[in-house]
Ligand binder design. Structure first.
Ligand SMILES: NC(=O)c1ccc[n+]([C@@H]2O[C@H](COP(=O)([O-])OP(=O)(O)OC[C@H]3O[C@@H](n4cnc5c(N)ncnc54)[C@H](OP(=O)(O)O)[C@@H]3O)[C@@H](O)[C@H]2O)c1
Length: 289
């Protein structure tokens, strides 16, 4: 027997989620605030609820995917006690505190709760390489594994605390934005010189690929709070970053990004951390008490 799934929210992502359940043969009911978005899904067999309460009736798993976690809490609130005994899977983004508040609302009406942090775009739903980080009770996760696994090839349970899945997602995005900003700054310098960025990428591939091998070392140093290193210490980074700032200035391209990095490294070196690994800079980002 396939679980009955209700999908609340039929935006770009919610429609992809409902489509994946229908393709997987799950009885699927749907609801959206603005009517008329379910036509394609109805053609595939979805049943449309006229209200949230109507849509969740009979569902084993209630997936909510709307504009954000606060909206998700409001939408679930419209189901009231009809959620009792069902599993709520909130796939709407938000902060860790907002997601924990949604979990608390679900708990108050007797629903099981999982948060899922989607790490792909809508066309990636159902792809073996797609990732969704889940957090919540292990028993709930295991009970609904088949339903969760339909959406992404990677669906790890990362914590019993729903807020932690949010942080996993933010950690991936934050790393991505740092990488992309650095890459686009480099691309601006390369194209300023008339170098094709694709040629650079092909030729620099071994050097760039080596960077991902760097992360496990940095992660271990942060976890152990041990930043001593025999090679590649902060004082050796300093002249390279100074060169990048001077090169950027001379070309008239943005200096804000490399100057930010220079500021972090120079401050650490001035503070006597010049012989430490780059991982020492985590202290700059930590909560100030
Ligand atoms: N799209 C992606 O590639 C992607 C990737 C990862 C994560 N996500 C996450 O998935 C969630 C949905 O994103 P999306 O891209 O599908 O957004 P979207 O296309 O803009 O759709 C937003 C959905 O939220 C509903 N909504 C907004 N305000 C509402 C309210 N006050 N009450 C009830 N429903 C409301 C909308 O209903 P109406 O139709 O009535 O406006 C619509 O169903 C977000 O948390 C987003 O961060 C999306």
């Amino acid at each position: 027997m396939k679980s009955h799934v209700a999908v609340l929210g039929l935006g770009e992502m919610g429609s992809a989620l409902a489509g994946a359940y229908l393709d997987g043969g799950h009885p699927t009911s749907v609801w959206n605030r603005t009517p008329g978005k379910a036509d394609g899904l109805v053609a595939k067999g979805a049943k449309v609820g006229s209200t949230v309460r109507d849509a969740v009736g009979g569902a084993d798993v209630v997936v909510v995917n709307v504009k954000g976690a606060s909206v998700a809490g409001d939408v679930l609130g419209q189901a009231g006690d009809a959620l009792g005994g069902r599993a709520v899977v909130n796939l709407s983004d938000g902060t860790s505190a907002e997601v924990r508040a949604v979990a608390e609302r679900a708990r108050e009406v007797g629903a099981d709760y999982l948060h899922g942090q989607i790490m792909t775009i809508a066309p990636g739903i159902g792809h073996p390489d797609a990732t969704i980080f889940y957090a919540g009770a292990e028993a709930v996760y295991e009970r609904h594994r088949a339903v969760l696994g339909l959406l992404s090839g990677h669906a790890p349970l990362v914590s019993s605390d729903p807020g932690v899945a949010v942080l996993y997602g933010m950690a991936v995005h934050g790393t991505m934005w740092g990488l992309l900003n650095g890459f686009l700054h480099a691309a601006a310098a390369l194209s300023d010189e008339g170098v094709r960025v694709e040629d650079f990428l092909e030729r620099a591939d071994p050097a760039l690929s080596a960077l991902s091998g760097f992360l496990p070392m940095i992660a271990g140093e942060v976890d152990r709070a041990e930043h001593a290193t025999p090679y590649g210490a902060l004082r050796h980074h300093l002249p390279s970053i100074e060169d990048l700032v001077r090169e950027s200035r001379a070309r008239g391209i943005d200096t804000e990004l490399p100057e930010y990095t220079l500021g972090l490294v120079a401050k650490a070196v001035r503070g006597g951390r010049g012989d430490d690994s780059y991982s020492r800079l985590v202290e700059h980002f930590r909560r100030r008490s």
